[in-house]
Design a protein around this ligand. Structure first.
Ligand SMILES: [Zn+2]
Ligand SMILES: [Zn+2]
Length: 248
């Protein structure tokens, strides 16, 4: 793996390891570009204190720590400072401005909630699935996202055709805006219901750009050689062989 743009740290309360631990792990794994994308602090929305992200008072230290390590490790690995963002229309541009002031270099879209409903709990309500996809499409149209993390997080047991229709809309929008979709290696490694075997043939059909993301929540997740090979094999079985590497 040349680049991984999806890395968390202890700051989000459900990951372990310091920034330095992840960097050392990445160097050992031969990764050349390591992007940090911890769950964004968000002073402008309801999720300001939902327990799975750093608080706004930690923002400065997060970016300062990464900036110092970027300098320290500059001859060994390229470090980037980003965040994983829940796209919520209210306050989104204020959030973007706020993050930029701290030197944020990129955002990945990680949609976990639909107005407070955890999307892995979106099972069969068509209105909810449609709203979730609408929100992601709106986020894509801002042009602010480097890629979409786990675009297939929804666990759907409802009508199959409806799922295909909605995911096709999402894939087409990502393609139109030239935003890659992430095949999430955390879910893949853990045998979760995502990456979803029903989703990736749709992305193959639409012709989306695809990228691998470790979604690392502990430094050991950087040891990725085997999981990467398995992921490439799985994607190949869906007809996806062209995987994006360095995108920033
Ligand atoms: Zn997380
Ligand atoms: Zn993540």
């Amino acid at each position: 793996m040349i680049a991984n743009y999806h890395t968390h740290t202890w700051r989000c309360n459900h990951a372990s390891g310091t920034e330095r631990d992840y960097i050392e792990g990445a160097i050992r794994a031969g990764i050349k570009i390591l992007g940090f994308s911890d769950h964004t602090p968000n002073p402008f929305s309801w999720n300001i204190n939902d327990g799975i992200r750093m608080l706004p008072e930690q923002t400065e230290a997060y970016f300062r720590t990464i900036a110092a390590l970027k300098e320290e490790y500059r001859d060994r690995i390229r470090i980037l400072a980003g965040v994983e963002v829940e796209y919520i229309p209210d306050g989104f541009f204020e959030l973007q401005r706020y993050l930029r002031e701290f030197g944020c270099e990129y955002m990945i879209m990680g949609q976990h909630y639909l107005e407070g409903i955890y999307v892995r709990h979106l099972w069969d309500d068509e209105m909810e699935l449609q709203l979730h996809i609408d929100q992601m499409i709106e986020g894509l149209s801002t042009g602010c996202f480097l890629y979409v993390a786990h675009p297939d997080l929804v666990r759907w047991s409802g009508d199959r055709d409806f799922y295909v229709e909605q995911m096709t809309r999402l894939c087409r929008s990502a393609k139109e805006h030239d935003v890659p979709l992430e095949f999430n290696l955390l879910g893949f490694r853990d045998g979760r219901e995502y990456p979803n075997a029903r989703f990736w043939p749709i992305a193959a059909e639409v012709g989306n750009r695809v990228i691998l993301g470790l979604d690392a929540h502990c430094p050991e997740d950087m040891e990725c050689e085997l999981i990467e090979a398995a992921a490439r094999k799985t994607l190949k079985s869906f007809g996806i062989t062209d995987i994006a590497e360095e995108i920033l």
